[in-house]
Design a protein around this ligand. Structure first.
Ligand SMILES: [Zn+2]
Length: 124
């Protein structure tokens, strides 16, 4: 059920953004419908694309974002060594030591993102 709350968050951000972007026209034309939402998902975020789309279709019914297409962009996981500074692409299962100096002091620096990158709105 993790994706449900996450998807609600995406929807809230997208609608808020669409409404803020069209305030000048709001009285005349109403807020413009959202046609697409670009999302960034880190490899380590454990978010399943299909689940998000599934919940989105349900949650967006009757909102400005109904029928919007979700586009997912993957962010690769990266890690950095706390001892030698070596930075490398990490793939699950994560390494437990630095490939350059074998230090165990690794810090995950990328791949946990889950965010709305941009939205597209159509003509009202
Ligand atoms: Zn190292």
């Amino acid at each position: 059920m993790h994706e449900l709350s996450v998807t609600q968050g995406i929807l809230d951000i997208a609608i808020e953004t669409a409404q803020r972007g069209s305030t000048e026209l709001a009285e005349v034309a109403g807020a413009r419908p959202i046609t697409a939402i670009d999302l960034v998902i880190g490899d380590l975020s454990s978010i399943v694309d299909d689940s998000v789309q599934f919940y989105f279709d349900i949650l967006s019914k009757g909102t400005l974002a109904e029928g919007a297409v979700l586009r997912f962009r993957r962010e690769h996981a990266t890690a950095r060594c706390g001892d030698c500074g070596h930075q490398f692409r990490a793939r699950p299962p994560l390494l437990t030591e630095c490939p350059a100096c074998h230090s165990p002091r690794l810090q995950v620096t990328g791949g946990k993102s889950f965010l709305v990158d941009s939205i597209e709105v159509g003509d009202a």
